[in-house]
Design a protein around this ligand. Structure first.
Ligand code: ATP
Ligand code: MG
Length: 233
């Protein structure tokens, strides 16, 4: 039985993939078969004669379970916009059953899976079914890890997201502060306020890092908090 965590964020481009790769790195160092998954990805680039998605490449590189890129990212849309709109544009609908099947297919090979959402907490996915990224987390019954992109406004976004997670009947397993704005005023005080107000433990405080690869970011995770939040029975 694999443990599944759903990774959401206070916004798009705030470090979900960066933190998911670091969490995966940590889990593999615990001797677990672990991977980050990106069930729906929007935005591909043509690199070395093929279309690739950056998140999928990053998560694929961090896993140790021998998954293929297509298993890490089974549904990759080409257009870098809201996924349901990319799906419309490309005539390639996102179907709830297909998304779930893609995840279920790899779980037997994993001890721990980190499923990265798209953008923030409530991003439409299957338009026909009225199914969004929070429904995906709910269907997986996965505890949620919230990546807070540290910049002005993040406290409000983090608290609203935590409230919405609880309203969906899901548990916030922990949160990570990832520094988006290196010049943020009152950086430490913002972190302290988040720690005081969010109803879950802080799993890491990540500064601005020149090349934020998993091995560098993992140094800023709180290993004791991770052990407790992710491995406790
Ligand atoms: N702590 C950091 N220091 C420096 N750069 C960072 C840091 N965290 C993230 N980045 C960079 O910021 C960009 C966005 O990060 P990332 O892709 O992890 O965000 P995301 O929330 O997963 O975005 P998306 O919503 O597109 O999935 C990337 O280029 C990443 O390398
Ligand atoms: Mg990402």
């Amino acid at each position: 039985m694999s443990r599944i965590f759903f990774i959401t964020g206070t916004d798009t481009e705030i470090g979900k993939t960066t933190c998911t790769a670091a969490l995966t790195h940590w889990a593999t160092a615990q001797g677990l078969r672990a991977a980050g998954l990106k069930p729906v990805a929007a935005g591909q680039e043509f690199v070395d004669s093929r279309w690739v998605n950056e998140d999928v490449l990053c998560l694929h590189a961090a896993q140790n379970a021998g998954l293929t890129e297509a298993e890490v990212g089974p549904l990759q849309l080409r257009t870098p916009c809201a996924p349901h709109l990319a799906a419309r544009l490309e005539g390639r609908p996102i179907r709830r059953a297909e998304v779930m099947a893609g995840i279920q297919a790899v779980l037997p090979r994993l001890d721990m899976a980190f499923v990265e959402g798209v953008g923030g907490w409530r991003v439409p996915l299957d338009e026909a079914a009225g199914w969004d990224s929070s429904d995906l987390a709910r269907e997986l019954a996965a505890p949620v890890i919230l990546v807070v992109g540290l910049r002005l406004g993040c406290i409000n976004h983090a608290l609203l997201t935590a409230e919405a997670i609880a309203a969906r009947g899901l548990r916030l397993a922990g949160w990570l502060g990832n520094t988006v704005d290196g010049q943020m005023l009152q950086h430490a005080e913002n972190l302290a306020t988040l720690a005081a107000l969010l109803p879950a433990p802080c799993l890491g405080r990540v500064p601005r890092i020149e090349s934020p690869d998993a091995a560098s970011v993992v140094q800023h995770l709180d290993t004791a908090a991770l052990q407790h939040a992710l491995l406790a029975p």
